[in-house]
Design a binder for this molecule. Structure first.
Ligand code: FAD
Ligand code: 5PR
Length: 370
């Protein structure tokens, strides 16, 4: 057990996971979320085997299994033709983002993480301090920037270099109540509906259980009407007439959002006792549905690796050395798939691509892998 103290900036999936993992290893942890409430927006998320193993290590996986679902099939439909490849050996869970966030927040509180909402970080001092917008300086053995793709903590550390890239597509993400027409078991699936002419428009239909459906509605960002929140039902129903009932609901959904695909690659991830995790370190294109999963894996492995070293600096270096190749590969593959829109052809989840989903973190024990 450790007697060290961590200050964490950011109460998203990565920050909460890092907080839980450190607190369970005996650290005292204070977590700062700039918003007045801890929450995530209304959409859904896939959690692959890599993330479920990490969540098993921190005791959250049983709650995910209780509140999420395993979709029956991952089907792809291009211009009406349906492909249903086997994803044997790669179980993944679908859950709503607000529920995942609530489960992680509950686990963080239960682990003793001191959560401060309405607390905004402006930077970190590599000698071991988190700097807040109100001028407070909080000393710590470890400072974690889990403050998302626009990370203020990262931007305050001049030795962390960042490559950013924007891509052609963007996604409107909404959660809708599951209507009567989509109640049957044939809809307990992920179905990735594509059209590429006259321009790419796609609806990723994901069951998140008996009550809700997550819809990821992708289009080129230059297609202004298809990049709008609230959803414009007319433009979407013209392209996907058989989905009109859920598109109508998507048009009335609240709490959705639009994001353009973008990535940032940060090198290195640490400066002294300050480190970035999650999207602050490695935002990726969503094509593999792995952005949060990789952040969760890296956050759990961070706490595990620090437990093996007396010095925080050495632990951080060892952690990055272990996690870097997997993370870089996930970013590169998801960027390639987003750029080429490979998923439209179906069977996109090749064994090579699924390497990320199959990554087994060192913190996993034989019991958690079983
Ligand atoms: P964030 O979620 O950005 O959280 C950062 C938190 O820090 C926020 O609460 C924010 O308010 C807070 N914050 C920011 N600045 C400050 C500050 N200065 N001080 C204090 N607090 C601050 N991933 C998957 O694994 N599976 C999927 O299916 C999936 N689908 C996706 C689909 C799309 C279209 C996109 C764009 C992404 C998808 N992702 C998916 C990726 C996933 O959403 C992100 O990787 C994940 O949300 C990142 O979590 P995070 O905690 O690192 O950052
Ligand atoms: N997978 C998931 C997802 O939400 C998106 C994509 C892939 C789970 C975005 O909606 O390719 O854009 C993608």
């Amino acid at each position: 057990m450790s007697d060290k103290h961590a200050e964490v900036a950011g109460g998203g999936f990565a920050g909460l996971t890092a907080g839980i993992a450190l607190a369970r290893a005996g650290w005292s942890v204070r977590l700062h979320e700039q918003n007045d409430e801890l929450r995530d927006f209304g959409a859904g998320i896939l959690l692959w085997r890599n993330a479920m193993l990490a969540l098993e290590v921190i005791g959250v996986a049983p709650a995910i299994r209780a509140h999420g679902v395993v979709p029956d099939v991952y089907a792809t439909s291009l211009n009406g033709e349906m492909f249903t490849p086997e994803l044997a050996g790669y179980p993944y869970w679908a859950i709503t983002r607000p529920k995942l966030h609530e489960l992680l927040s509950d686990a963080a509180r239960a682990a003793g993480v001191d959560i401060r909402t309405g607390s905004k970080a402006v930077g970190a001092d590599p000698s071991g301090a988190l700097l807040l917008a109100d001028g407070t300086r909080l000393e710590a053995d470890l400072v974690i920037g889990a403050d998302g793709a626009g990370s203020a903590v990262r931007n305050s550390l001049p030795t962390l270099t960042q490559e950013r890239k924007k891509y052609q597509d963007g996604v409107c993400r909404v959660l809708v109540a599951r209507p009567e027409e989509f109640a049957g078991p044939e809809w307990n699936r992920v179905i990735d509906y594509w059209t590429l002419e006259p321009d790419a428009m796609r609806i990723l239909f994901i069951t998140t259980g008996p009550d809700t459906i997550y819809m990821g509605m992708m289009a080129t960002t230059s297609n202004e009407r298809a990049s709008r929140i609230p959803i414009d039902p007319e433009i979407w129903s013209a392209r996907f007439p058989h989905l009109a009932p859920v598109i109508e609901l998507a048009g009335r959904a609240t709490g959705g959002r639009h994001d353009a695909y973008q990535t940032n690659r940060v090198t290195p991830w640490a400066a002294g006792r300050a480190v970035v995790v999650g999207d602050a370190a490695h935002a990726m294109c969503p094509a593999l549905g792995q952005g949060a999963s990789v952040g969760i894996v890296n956050a759990v492995e961070l706490a595990h690796t620090l437990g093996q070293y007396e010095s925080v600096d050495e632990g951080l270096a060892a952690w990055e050395a272990k996690q870097r190749a997997m993370t870089d590969a996930a970013q590169a593959r998801s960027a390639y798939m987003a750029e080429t829109r490979t998923l439209a052809k179906g069977n996109g989840f090749t064994p090579e691509v699924m390497e990320t989903a199959n990554f087994v973190l060192d913190a996993a024990t034989p019991e958690t892998i079983a």
